[in-house]
Design a protein around this ligand. Sequence first.
Ligand code: ADP
Length: 398
Amino acid sequence: MNILVINCGSSSLKFQLIDAVSEAVLAKGLCERIGIEGSRLVYQPAGGEKEITESPMPTHKQAIQMVLDALVNEKTGVIKSLAEVGAVGHRVVHGGEKFASSAVITDDMLKAVEECNDLAPLHNPANLIGINACKELMPDTPMVGVFDTAFHQTMPSTAYLYGLPYEYYEKYKVRRYGFHGTSHSYVSKRVAELLGKPVTELKTIVCHLGNGASVCAVKNGESIDTSMGLTPLEGLVMGTRSGDIDPAILEFLAKKENLDINGLMNVLNKKSGVFGLSEGLSSDFRDLENAANEGNEAAARARAVFNYRVAKYIGAYAAAMNGVDVIVFTAGLGENDHLVREDICSYLGYLGVTLDLDANKVRGKEVELSTSDSKVKVWMVPTNEELAIARETLALVK
Ligand code: ADP
């Protein structure tokens, strides 16, 4: 069976067609600038050339139609007809407390997702638009929603409650939810396989370090704490997001800079993180690395603050689990930037972490980064959220 995986944002849509048996990617690509002038489809069949088609896509339905047409195209398509798509797996960002696992898409399920919209106003409505458009075009194909938050629903209340009046949790469900759950789940299971140990007997800390970044404490296969919170703004210093700050800074800056709440949220989401710390140089670590190497102090400072915050969370989660067996790096930075990994691990000697500096120079591979005598193992495991979504989808439609 082939599974179409769709990750639909407000103006973009990423897709992969995966053979559920061999787990091979048959084709992948994305639609950019949906609903905006200059929209285009980037399509790549396995082993073939990347193809770019510029064409108006006023709605998500038109974007998905273009993807489906590309998949069955006589020349560059990878299937003969849409009957060869056995199921569709959709990424859904927020499942609130309603979804502790993936769910088959039904009308009731969609209503429940819609009720989570105000917890993720930028993401969930876009995810729903994608699901509805896909349902219209493929009404008889089973579909599954896979939630970024679901893996973290095992967190105990000690980890998910904030020090706020409890009534806000009761009335509005204000609590930690956590994100990147599909990635944390996939990577924690995969590293257990690589170590040859049952995930149910491991204390794992997963560092998902991309533009958005989070750390997760996985004890015996379950998420028991994670650095993102009610929204993906909390926790680590990120590309442009601040991560943890003293909440009183909001009032202080509101007065000093004459900003309202929208202005402040814009600063915290889009102008902070390593971008803000580097005085607007870049949110991309490749740029920061180049600049730092040329002696740019702002770039070096941004990287140092980012790395320190990750190390601090690792320490916190080692405490939360009363120990740690393995620390895993994944996502854009975690998989590619050996200096980030080296700097973070330089804080972790007290835990019994010894990095193999040569092994650590590798990028984008499943590889052990610690020395053979390191008490705590360190691994790099490339994440694969699409494959994880395809597996979840297959399991539910089988
Ligand atoms: P997201 O999915 O959250 O947008 P990614 O997981 O793609 O983010 O990660 C983006 C980050 O990874 C950027 O900061 C980028 O600089 C970094 N990155 C990607 N490739 C490399 C590389 N080859 N070397 C160093 N950093 C890299």
